[in-house]
Ligand binder design. Structure first.
Ligand code: SF4
Ligand code: SF4
Ligand code: FES
Length: 250
């Protein structure tokens, strides 16, 4: 099939976080193997709309350009995914681009995902180290546990799972599946165990694991295929056991 000479994009724009959104259409020259970032760069080079009127370039975020950082995540034809890995030739036109809806819009397609990073801090999603001196060999970790924690480590905090989750909304303090999965990851690892109880306490209250409605939309939406359903189920069991017997370890 011959490449179309031009690509039609329909973009939901917003100048400031508090200004009214509006739609604008753009026609950009097609190129083989073009992705959405490349199409947006064409608009940046020549900021005129589809009717030839001059406008300001569209703002979006990106960094790694290889589906690792999550920064370029947006709604592409209604689906939350990364602009750097979305090939134009696989998409129905006009290609509709919108910012994610579960995060504050900074401008146009750029959103502020800081809430995910704040939640990761709240649940202490890290290995606590007591100094940088030689602490000897670490604990032995079975291959199956290595494989399991590796799976969860591939999260790129893109927010696709939060976009798909009905429980993540403006009326709920739910921290969402990505952060809960990281709690499970660090609690499962022997090096993360020292502050396991703190992490569990952080997800046992409002906004924590009990706010999950178990619809499993999150796992289907994850571009990295993280096993979120298993992670959330394991974390749920862990919090129940901790609630019943955690006082024994205080
Ligand atoms: S299982 Fe459903 S409610 Fe729970 S985090 Fe995933 S999408 Fe949200
Ligand atoms: S769990 Fe998947 S969808 Fe959610 S933030 Fe991580 S990589 Fe993105
Ligand atoms: S630019 Fe990093 S995921 Fe697309």
């Amino acid at each position: 099939m011959a490449e179309p000479a031009a690509i039609l994009l329909k973009i939901r724009r917003r100048e400031r976080p508090d200004s009214r959104p509006y739609w604008q259409e753009f026609s950009v020259p097609a190129a083989p193997n073009m992705n959405i970032v490349a199409a947006l760069m064409e608009i940046q080079k020549n900021p005129v709309d589809a009717r030839g009127r001059a406008t300001v370039p569209v703002v979006w975020d990106c960094n790694c350009l290889e589906e690792v950082c999550g920064a370029c995540t947006m709604l592409i034809n209604g689906q939350a995914r990364q602009a750097c890995s979305a090939l134009v030739e696989t998409l129905t036109q006009p290609i509709v681009l919108q910012p994610l809806t579960k995060f504050p819009v900074v401008r146009d397609l750029m959103v502020d995902r800081q809430s995910i990073f704040e939640s990761l801090k709240k649940v202490r999603a890290w290995i606590q180290m007591d100094g940088s001196h030689d602490q000897g060999p670490g604990p032995r970790v079975s291959p199956s546990l290595q494989a399991w924690t590796y799976e969860l480590s591939r999260c790129m905090t893109c927010g696709c799972c939060m976009e798909a989750c009905p429980q993540v909304n403006g009326r709920s303090p739910f921290i969402g599946p990505a952060v809960l999965a990281q709690v499970r990851r660090f609690n499962a690892h022997p090096l993360g165990e020292s502050i396991r109880a703190e992490r569990l306490r952080a997800v046992m209250g409002p906004g924590g694991i009990t706010d999950c409605g178990k619809a499993q939309n999150c796992e289907r939406a994850c571009p990295k295929q993280l096993p979120l359903t298993r992670a959330l189920a394991e974390l749920n069991r862990e919090t129940i056991t901790h609630g019943l017997f955690g006082w024994l370890s205080r």
